[in-house]
Design a protein around this ligand. Sequence first.
Ligand code: UFG
Length: 341
Amino acid sequence: MSKPSVLVSGGAGYIGSHTAVELIRAGYDVVIVDNLSNSEIGAVEGVRKITGVEVPFVEADCCDEAAFRKVFEQYAFDSVIHFAASKAVNESVHKPLEYYRNNLTSFMNVIALMREYGRHNIVFSSSCTVYGEPDKQPVTEQTPRKPATSPYGNTKQMCEDILRDSVGAYEGMKGIALRYFNPIGAHPSALIGELPRGVPQNLVPYITQTAAGIRECLSVFGDDYPTPDGSCIRDYIDVVDLARAHVAAIGRMIEGRSKAAYEVFNIGTGRGVSVLELVRKFEEVNHLKLNYRIAPRREGDIVAIWADPTLANNELGWKAERTLDETLAAAWKWEQHLREK
Ligand code: UFG
């Protein structure tokens, strides 16, 4: 019998490439589609090197319906994991139309083509950003969504709704939205990892680039928040653990274990870590000193958010396994590998 096959859109990206690796390790066939707008073909080569599998790659934009249709015509996957999207919160505030066009069009194209070609299961990359600033910690899937504070966050909410309504209406279709907390780290092989373009906006790539001497000094945005050490708190999830959550979600749908056509799961560790704790941990694990200073708060940041991952633990049979030490060591190894290239 042939292996179940999964289309990974955005599979040359940070989370997509790690997910492709874990799918292959779990016995799936994988097809990657990516327009390489914010990723490199090197990530696909990394996936091939790690797995020893010549994963098929199609360079196409999911917004280009005709090009995307060819992928559905050529490959017989029954499931899709849709990563392809623009993801910078701040950029989305300045380019709202680009964000709405790209993130919504590509997602609607995926669903329409799945429907037309009779493909059944889809996992959507959502985000804990849909909870906004939560009233209570940790957040469960029942925690109400708050009005989005950026076009990026709004596209995540809108795509969740499009998915819920579509799988509710189209017989035989199932969908799972995974709400990621803060993905960090890299594959332990250092063959794939995060590739920020320009000045990193996210904490861990900024830390690793500062440690590598590319950035002079890390700014810790705010030490006067109402938290134990005054810096913001997040739930940092290892990207390999996060990738495994997608494998679990696909398995649940393929094996008919879904309890509803549309399901949502928080994907986090359940542990809140402050910015200053993370900085100190990074120094300790990697035996180095990081140049950092306290800077003013960054506009739009929420004070604290961490996950209650109980539902994913029980229903997906998934749990974050990697320690923060391992994750921060992998992030540093990846940064060093990049500099050696
Ligand atoms: N931070 C700094 N200095 C930096 C960068 C970040 O102190 O140079 C702080 C931020 O203020 C924040 C924490 O580190 O307190 C994490 O910031 P990130 O930018 O790494 O992550 P965010 O929590 O802001 O955003 C992430 C994803 C978004 C997603 C969001 C959901 O990048 O895509 O989580 O909460 F929407």
